[in-house]
Design a protein around this ligand. Structure first.
Ligand SMILES: NC(=O)c1ccc[n+]([C@@H]2O[C@H](COP(=O)([O-])OP(=O)(O)OC[C@H]3O[C@@H](n4cnc5c(N)ncnc54)[C@H](O)[C@@H]3O)[C@@H](O)[C@H]2O)c1
Ligand SMILES: O=c1ccn([C@@H]2O[C@H](COP(=O)(O)OP(=O)(O)O[C@H]3O[C@H](CO)[C@@H](O)[C@H](O)[C@H]3O)[C@@H](O)[C@H]2O)c(=O)[nH]1
Length: 329
């Protein structure tokens, strides 16, 4: 298929772009490079430096079979302080994209939704039919888009799939997490293991969980990418399908730290800091619907996810000459 990948210079979008190309698809990437990197887009893939609000200019040039829409603001903590950014980019930006898709008769949409739409979970996995109660503007904005897409599919022949990712981590070859300001647990913990930060701050040790730290469900970015390729085939006109993508198993922040120490053979000093506003205690997926209907199955366990992220981290250290504290770039 000929597809447009918005946010294809970002972490997940760049991995999915690679996997789509390996699967024989013809990809164009659109990204404003606000958090992405031009060099994350594979060589030879046409790149458009633009905002999603202007995606119509690209869709007007030639027929597209689908759009994979990753471009977004996506940090829970930031969204608590700057909610307007989340409504403008995630909701208004996607509204413009949907209008352009309709104008240019693009039949398929794969949307990056999130576990953050559910709000507080619990030890039992969260299924797609759980009533959404987001605890942050990030989650609210993504839920608003999911609802907007459902309305669009009811009224028009668009076929859409929302994939609700749980915590994505790991790397695929030259593509991994390298946000200018990193907030995600695994890359920060790897920075500590590498001696680039003095310690990890654990955001709260008094949560209602077995060891008092937050529980999350980590999924390898390559497992996630493969689900997108399947979902593209699965989109049916006038239908909006929603699938959780996780591993179905929760790990606490302290368990992630222990896994990083095990995989890297390095010590990770920690301190306990206050809870981060907007964080739920538990987010663990019931991903049985994706396994059954998409015939998809995640392969990588937590140690593999961390080992691949660590290999990427070490490789960036060499290519970027990174040393000492600071952020990845
Ligand atoms: N990382 C996770 O664990 C996770 C979990 C659930 C959902 N998601 C979703 O997956 C998607 C990708 O996340 P990521 O971790 O790769 O983030 P990322 O920040 O690395 O990638 C987002 C990309 O979108 C681009 N972008 C942002 N605003 C844009 C705009 N207005 N116009 C054009 N491009 C724009 C950025 O430059 C960046 O390249 C997001 O929609 C996010 O909400 C991520
Ligand atoms: O320095 C840190 C960073 C994180 N955490 C904790 O680690 C857990 C995971 O945090 P993080 O890696 O920032 O991911 P989340 O906030 O869980 O959000 C990610 O996972 C969500 C789905 O679960 C997605 O919607 C978001 O886009 C994605 O950023 C949370 O409990 C944090 O409080 C710390 O204790 N210290």
């Amino acid at each position: 298929m000929k597809v447009l990948v918005t946010g294809g210079a970002g972490y997940i979008g760049s991995v999915v772009t690679r996997v789509l190309i390996e699967d024989g698809h013809d990809v164009v990437v659109l990204d404003d490079l606000s958090t992405g990197h031009r060099d994350a887009v594979p060589a030879g893939v046409p790149f458009v430096h633009a905002d999603i609000a202007d995606a119509g200019d690209v869709l007007a040039r030639e027929p597209f079979d689908g759009v994979l829409h990753f471009a977004a603001k996506s940090l829970v903590g930031e969204s608590m302080n700057r909610p307007e950014l989340y409504w403008a980019t995630n909701v208004c930006g996607t509204r413009h994209l949907l209008d352009a898709m309709r104008r240019h008769s693009v039949p398929r949409l794969i949307f990056s939704s999130t576990a953050a739409v559910y709000g507080e979970g619990g030890p039992d996995g969260i299924g797609e039919d759980t009533p959404p109660r987001p605890t942050s503007p990030y989650g609210t904005s993504k839920l608003a888009v999911d609802l907007m897409i459902s309305d669009e599919c009811r009224a028009y022949p668009l076929g859409a799939v929302s994939l609700r990712y749980f915590n994505v981590a790991g790397a695929y070859g030259p593509c991994g997490e390298r946000h200018r300001t990193e907030t995600h647990l695994i890359p920060i913990t790897l920075d500590v293991a590498a001696g680039r930060r003095p310690h990890l701050e654990i955001y709260g040790n008094d949560w209602p969980t077995p060891d008092g730290t937050c529980m999350r469900d980590y999924i390898h970015v390559l497992d996630l990418a493969r689900a997108h390729v399947v979902a593209l085939q699965h989109a049916r006109p006038g239908h909006h399908a929603i699938y959780n993508l996780g591993n179905g198993r929760g790990f606490s922040v302290r368990e992630v730290v222990a896994a990083v120490e095990r995989v890297t053979g390095r010590r990770v000093p920690v301190t306990v800091a206050p809870r981060r506003p907007g964080d739920p205690a538990w987010l663990v997926a019931d991903d049985s619907r994706a396994r059954a209907e998409l015939n998809w199955q995640p392969q990588a366990d937590l140690d593999t996810i961390i080992a691949d992220a660590w290999a990427f981290h070490q490789q960036r250290r060499h290519t970027d000459g990174l040393a000492g504290g600071g952020t990845t770039s």
